[in-house]
Write a protein that binds this ligand. Structure first.
Ligand SMILES: Cc1cc2nc3c(=O)[nH]c(=O)nc-3n(C[C@H](O)[C@H](O)[C@H](O)COP(=O)(O)OP(=O)(O)OC[C@H]3O[C@@H](n4cnc5c(N)ncnc54)[C@H](O)[C@@H]3O)c2cc1C
Length: 327
């Protein structure tokens, strides 16, 4: 049985890890690295997890999945001093601890996918553009019309709108894909020659156009210089996705200064990532989108909620279902 998976984020890795013993699994990823939105950007001497900031583990499946990775130091606890702001006022500061652990990949958020993908068959820099039906299987093509091979099953873990572009309109859940709305987010990355003195390492901001700040180098195993990652709110990003990047940088930087009461315009390194499909609110429909007749399927965090654990769970559930039919 040959299975093609579109995308190399955590949901894809969960599928591949669980099916690799009983099927020939090939993963195609359009970027030059694995991990998807569990991403790391290096700009020496600075580094930024510019996608997922941290994750928690609530369910047994995910707890069991991360256990060996914690043992191997691929996942570490981030005992950040966590501040809650209401606009520019600090409401409270607590320190995260073992009671309710907050985790990160180490030394970067992409370390988890990098480690787990070592024994997987992944083709990077390959954007799946089209899938074509043959009598008994599917043929995949990239955006240069190169033939990527023939497969019995195709599973897309791309965001729903992008999955809908790849999968044929007669995919049983095509309309479902079109109804799932992911929202955008900006990640502003600031690197400073000298550390800024702060009482906190991570901050949730309420009632403002920025929603989150991480001091990236406060995460475990980050030896780099003082680096600050700022997320806009999803609502603000949705209204400004097509704005000029410089105006977005200026606005978010000014907002950060105003809220934390420190001048962040002095950053020597400034970068911006616009995530068009960053997140999704909690979904009411969470049935797996598996079209058994056509041997097509699609999943990702967007099936239930835009969180790392949800992406993993979606991939695991998908693998368990496919496992049952090909065993
Ligand atoms: C700014 C930001 C902050 C976040 N913060 C948190 C947080 O603090 N905690 C938390 O739990 N979660 C957070 N998340 C969400 C978390 O990152 C996601 O839930 C999770 O990583 C999604 O994994 P996935 O495998 O479903 O999708 P993805 O990681 O998006 O993987 C999909 C992959 O498909 C690839 N792809 C798309 N189209 C194609 C194509 N045509 N051909 C080939 N490849 C393709 C993409 O490049 C990508 O690598 C955040 C996300 C963002 C963007």
């Amino acid at each position: 049985m040959r299975i093609a998976i579109v995308g190399a984020g955590i949901s894809s890795i969960a599928i591949a890890q669980n099916l690799k013993k009983i099927a020939a699994v090939s993963i195609f990823e359009k970027s030059r690295g694995v991990g998807g939105r569990m991403a790391l950007r290096r700009s020496p001497p600075y580094e930024f997890d510019h996608g997922a900031q941290f994750f928690t583990a609530k369910g047994t499946n995910f707890k069991n999945f991360i256990k060996p990775l914690i043992k191997k130091n691929i996942i570490k606890r981030w005992d950040a001093r966590f501040a809650e702001f209401i606009d520019n006022k600090i409401l409270r500061i607590i320190t995260w601890n073992a009671e309710y652990p907050h985790y990160v990949g180490a030394p970067g958020m992409n370390s988890i996918a990098q480690y787990l993908s070592k024994e997987l068959n992944i083709k990077l820099n390959t954007k799946v553009n089209k899938i074509v039906r043959n009598t008994n299987n599917w043929e995949l093509f990239d955006n240069n019309s190169n033939n990527l091979g023939r497969f019995d099953w195709v599973i897309s873990t791309a965001p729903p709108i992008q999955s809908a572009e790849i999968l044929p309109t007669y995919f049983k859940y095509h309309n479902d894909l079109l109804t799932r709305k992911m929202v955008g987010c900006f990640s502003l990355m600031l690197g400073f020659k000298k550390p800024i003195s702060l009482l906190w390492d991570s901050a949730l901001i309420r009632d403002a156009d920025i929603s989150w700040i991480s001091i990236n180098n406060s995460k475990p195993d980050r030896k780099q210089s003082f680096s600050m990652l700022i997320n806009s709110t999803n609502a603000w990003a949705e209204d400004h996705l097509s704005d000029d990047p410089q105006s977005i940088i200026t606005y978010l930087n000014n907002e950060t200064s105003r809220i934390i009461g420190k001048d962040t315009s002095i950053a020597e390194h400034i970068d911006l990532q616009a995530w068009r499909y960053a997140n999704i609110s909690r979904q009411t429909k969470s049935d797996l989108l598996i079209d058994y007749d056509n041997r097509l399927a699609s999943c990702g965090d967007w099936l239930t909620h835009g969180r790392v654990e949800n992406a993993f769970e979606a991939g695991l559930m998908m693998a368990q279902k496919i496992n049952k039919i090909i065993e």
